[in-house]
Design a protein around this ligand. Structure first.
Ligand SMILES: Nc1ncnc2c1ncn2[C@@H]1O[C@H](COP(=O)(O)OP(=O)(O)OP(=O)(O)O)[C@@H](O)[C@H]1O
Ligand SMILES: [Mg+2]
Length: 242
């Protein structure tokens, strides 16, 4: 599990997260939602130690992640998949996935075996192995990004707004890919503006507001809660006019 323990963090002296404590269950999918500027992306940056908090710490499976370099966070099994399309469009799908082996110890044979496993999990990786990544649909690109991240067998995968810019068909591929990662035992933490999509893909929901955790609960309960529905209009985190 991920333990966020009394974390305060911000940029250049201004605090964004204020004394946040949160436990994220292992092997499940947790979705963080909340209005723009609530501190969702900042939370992910603290979890992968891209941003060092001014107080508090993050532990993954009891091991302190805070205060390492990003490479150190990877050693703890934490991988962040950034918001922007991070594939190399001129490289093939397979070449992109194998980049994920860069930081992983092991022979070419070990990497090939892992690649075969990932081809079974994400069919597009095998079927379009020689296709330039730039030619894939948005949903297919997400699959390849996930496969690349999973090369190193991370414990935790962090996703910042993976649904952005995806058409409905790609959204389906994305939610299937998130399920695939979770079923493989990976702890997935995603941040979503598309609240309906995010909570539907998750087991646990976390609502952030103003740099604090406003509520947590089973994602299905949050999705069904009339008060939550009133706050999150049209599937997006927009404060209801009152
Ligand atoms: N690199 C940065 N430097 C300075 N301030 C930042 C930086 N990144 C974020 N902030 C500020 O921190 C606050 C929280 O930002 P954060 O990106 O965590 O919010 P968010 O919940 O992810 O919002 P959004 O839904 O818009 O992505 C905002 O006020 C933002 O302007
Ligand atoms: Mg954000």
């Amino acid at each position: 599990m991920i333990e966020i323990d009394a974390v305060s963090a911000g940029y250049g002296g201004g605090l964004v997260l204020r004394d946040v404590s949160l436990t994220i269950p292992e092997g499940e999918t947790t979705c963080i939602v909340g209005p723009n500027g609530a501190g969702k992306s900042t939370m992910l940056k603290v979890i992968c130690d891209d941003l060092t908090p001014s107080a508090g710490e993050v532990r993954v499976a009891g091991v302190r992640v805070t205060g390492r370099t990003p490479a150190g966070a990877i050693d703890c099994g934490v991988v962040m998949i950034p918001q922007s399309n991070a594939l190399f469009p001129e490289m093939t799908v397979r070449e992109n996935v194998l980049l994920g082996a860069h930081a992983v110890k092991g022979s070419a044979r070990v990497h090939a075996a892992r690649l075969a496993e990932l081809e079974a999990l994400f069919p597009v990786v095998g079927e379009r192995a020689r296709t330039h990544a730039g030619l894939l649909s948005g949903g297919q690109r997400r699959m390849v990004e996930f496969a690349r991240a999973l090369m190193s067998r991370p414990r935790v995968v962090l996703l910042d707004e993976p649904s952005i810019g995806l058409d409905p068909k790609s959204l389906e591929l994305l939610s299937a890919s998130i399920r695939t990662m979770a079923e493989a035992g990976t702890t997935v933490v995603l941040v979503e503006q598309n609240v309906r999509f995010g909570l539907a893909a998750a087991t646990t929901g976390v609502i952030m507001e103003g740099g604090t955790v406003f509520a947590t609960g089973p994602a299905a309960d949050l999705l069904a809660d009339p008060e939550m529905r009133a706050v999150f209009i049209g599937g997006h985190a927009v404060r209801a006019a009152s």
